[in-house]
Design a protein around this ligand. Structure first.
Ligand SMILES: N[C@@H](CCC(=O)N[C@@H](CS)C(=O)NCC(=O)O)C(=O)O
Length: 340
């Protein structure tokens, strides 16, 4: 049967509108506003937590700043939007946030059914368990029948069920929507164990309990939690800018370019370095941004290694080694496609 003219015209209009959406609607809004609205946890030390001056600090927060440096040339042009696990996806969908940089695990269902796309991984993590030392437990295999505190709206909640089913053990979930309530309940002894990403456990242990030595993190990791930024899937230009921001931070580390030494690379004869520095024209034009976008990221925020060390590295209270978050050239998983 032939399609009525009206239907064809409407379909054509819909395609046009969809096409327009891909041409940078989010980017235009951010430029007009002069700031990136970045959804973060706001409660997690090392990733996103305001300091005593009210300045948001952490690896996730620095990714927001890097994106602002790339698009607007100014790492301070960020409005942080603290979001709970439950709120985060709706906030992104509704436009309350332009991107999520909030200890969020990249999974198939989130990537394909929530109207958003993950741009990459900024921290390879996995789920673990923390117990009071007084419980006298040293392995998750001893948690049969345990009451376990967990935050809702997370992969954590789902993995917990999967893990206990797979190992044939039973457990009592004690589920909370809010982060603070879940931690308070655990500290007050309502649960035998607390479960979340290993990064979250380390963060809670150093910043949410009065004596870290009263708690231990068990050695088993029960899942893969690749944490990374995500954007609404209505603006491919925006997606590219956020994705290449992360890649630029990694490529700069690989090339040995830091916030401290970056100016010594100006006018370099090395073509790879010249492209990162923006000395070779054309590396920003296809994303509609300045050729100095990667220079702006590294000079204002730092390369990935600097951001990692400053926020969660060995010299910080979290004390993480790079481990699988090392560059591929150092035996880790961090590998960025080339800037060329
Ligand atoms: N990576 C997991 C868990 C993320 C998550 O939200 N974890 C909790 C427990 S550490 C959290 O960050 N809470 C802080 C908050 O709600 O502000 C996910 O994406 O679902």
């Amino acid at each position: 049967m032939m399609q009525p003219i009206k239907t064809i015209a409407l379909t054509f209009a819909a395609v046009l509108v969809a096409g327009q959406a891909f041409a940078g609607a989010t980017v235009d809004e951010i430029k007009e506003r002069g700031a990136v609205r970045c959804g973060v946890s706001g409660a997690l030390a090392g990733f996103a937590l305001p300091d005593s001056q009210g300045v948001m600090q952490g690896l996730d927060a620095d990714v927001c700043r890097a994106v602002a440096a790339a698009l607007l040339g100014d790492a301070t042009a960020v409005e942080f939007v603290p979001l709970s696990a439950q709120q985060r996806f709706t906030a992104l969908q509704s436009g309350e946030a332009d991107l999520l940089s909030r200890n969020t695990t990249w999974t198939l269902t989130r990537d394909t059914s929530l109207g958003m796309d993950f741009v990459g991984t900024t921290f390879y993590d996995g789920q673990g368990f923390m117990v009071p030392t007084s419980l006298g437990v040293s392995s998750t295999s001893e948690l049969d029948g345990a009451a376990i505190c967990v935050q809702s709206g997370t992969t954590t909640e789902k993995n917990l069920t999967d893990y206990f089913r797979a190992t044939g053990m039973s457990f009592q979930p004690v589920v909370f929507e809010g982060f603070e309530e879940s931690v308070t309940a655990f500290v007050n002894g309502r649960c035998d164990a607390y479960t979340t990403d290993a990064s979250g456990l380390a963060s809670i242990r150093v910043s949410n309990v009065s004596n870290p030595d009263d708690y231990m993190i068990l050695p088993e990791i029960i899942s893969k939690e690749p944490l990374g930024p995500a954007v609404r899937n209505d603006d491919s230009e925006w997606f590219d800018i956020v994705r290449w921001t992360v890649f630029a931070m990694l490529n700069a580390e690989e090339a040995g370019i830091t916030s401290e030494n970056i100016d010594s690379f100006k006018g370099s004869d090395d073509p790879n370095i010249a492209r990162i520095m923006g000395d070779e024209p054309g590396m920003g034009a296809s994303m509609g941004i300045d050729d100095a976008w990667a220079y702006n990221i590294v000079s204002q925020v730092g390369n990935y290694g600097e951001v990692f060390e400053r926020n969660v590295g060995a010299s910080t209270p979290l004390g993480f080694q790079r481990g699988i978050n090392a560059l591929w050239t150092q035996g880790g998983l961090m590998y960025a496609p080339p800037i060329r």
